[in-house]
Design a protein around this ligand. Structure first.
Ligand code: PGA
Length: 252
C-alpha cells in the first residue's frame, strides 16, 4: 500500500505573522501521529516560505511553494526559481493547479516544462490535473485527463519521482466533493494511463484527490484503492481541522 500524503494548499490566504502560531497549533494536534503512516505537506504563499520552513520543523511537515518557474534565472518578473527554493531548503512545489491554468494561462505545455525542470533538479512536484464541470457534462472527463496526463508523462521516465493530484475543477472550493466512487473511477483511469505509458511507475505513483476535502470525508476517500492522499485548500487554513484530517489519514 502507498503511504498517504495529506497536503494543504493555503492559496493566497493567511499572513506571515500568523505562521508560527499555525504550526504550534497543528503540532499539538498531530504530535502523537505515527509518521510511518502518513506524510504531511503545506503549500504556502512565497513570502512565507522561510518562516514556514522554520516553523514546520517541529511538526514534521514538509513545505512547498504553490508554483515554480521552469527557468533557473532571468527576466521573469514575479516568478520563483528552483535554485531559490533549494536555497531555502525547500524541496516541494505544486505545478499546474487549476487556478494557475485558469487565471494565469498555464497550459499542458507549461505544466510539462515545469515538471521536467523539477525532475531534473530533484525537486518533488505535485502536478495537478482535473476536468471542469462543462467538460464532465459533455462526457469529456477521460479525454481531458488523458491529454493532461500524456503531456506530463512525456517528460517522465518509469523512475521519476513526483505526485499527481486529481482535482475536478467543479469540486474546488465549492463544497461539492466528488463521491468516493467518482474519485476512485478517475484515479483508476489516471493510473491506467501511467501504466500504459510508463509501466511499473503506476504501482508507486501517489495520486491525491483534491476538491472540498475535510476531516468528515477523508476516510471514505482514502478507503478507495487508488486514492493515496488529498490536496486540501479551504480546510487546511484551520490547523485543528487540518491536523484532524492528518490524524484520520494515519489511522486508515
Ligand atoms: P478546496 O481546494 O479544498 O478548497 O476545494 C482544493 C485545491 O484547490 O487544492
Amino acid at each position: 500500500m502507498r503511504k498517504p500524503l495529506i497536503a494543504g494548499n493555503w492559496k493566497m490566504n493567511l499572513l506571515n505573522s500568523k505562521v508560527p502560531a499555525y504550526f504550534t497549533a497543528l503540532n499539538e494536534v498531530i504530535k502523537a501521529v505515527d509518521r510511518q503512516k502518513v506524510d504531511t505537506l503545506l503549500a504556502v504563499p512565497a513570502p512565507f516560505l522561510a518562516t514556514a520552513r522554520e516553523s514546520a520543523q517541529a511538526a514534521g511537515v514538509w513545505i512547498a511553494t504553490q508554483t515554480i518557474h521552469e527557468k533557473h534565472e532571468g527576466a521573469f518578473t514575479g516568478e520563483i526559481s528552483i535554485p531559490m527554493l533549494k536555497d531555502l531548503g525547500i524541496n516541494w512545489t505544486l505545478i499546474g493547479h487549476s487556478e494557475r491554468r485558469q487565471y494565469f494561462n498555464e497550459t499542458d505545455a507549461t505544466v510539462a516544462a515545469k515538471t521536467k525542470a523539477t525532475l531534473e533538479a530533484g525537486i518533488q512536484a505535485i502536478v495537478c490535473v482535473g476536468e471542469t464541470q462543462a467538460e464532465r457534462e459533455k462526457g469529456q472527463m477521460e479525454g481531458v485527463l488523458r491529454r493532461q496526463m500524456e503531456a506530463v508523462l512525456a517528460v517522465c521516465t518509469k523512475d521519476s519521482n513526483f505526485t499527481i493530484a486529481y482535482e475536478p475543477v467543479w469540486a474546488i472550493g465549492t463544497g461539492l466533493t466528488a463521491t468516493d466512487a467518482q474519485a476512485e473511477e478517475a484515479h483508476a483511469f489516471i493510473r491506467s494511463i501511467v501504466r500504459e505509458k510508463l509501466g511499473s511507475l503506476a504501482d508507486r505513483l501517489r495520486i491525491l484527490y483534491g476538491g472540498s476535502v475535510k476531516s468528515s470525508n477523508i476516510q471514505g476517500l482514502l478507503a478507495q484503492p487508488n486514492v493515496d492522499g488529498a490536496l486540501i485548500g479551504g480546510a487546511s487554513l484551520d490547523p485543528q481541522e487540518f491536523g484532524k484530517t492528518v490524524s484520520l489519514a494515519a489511522s486508515r
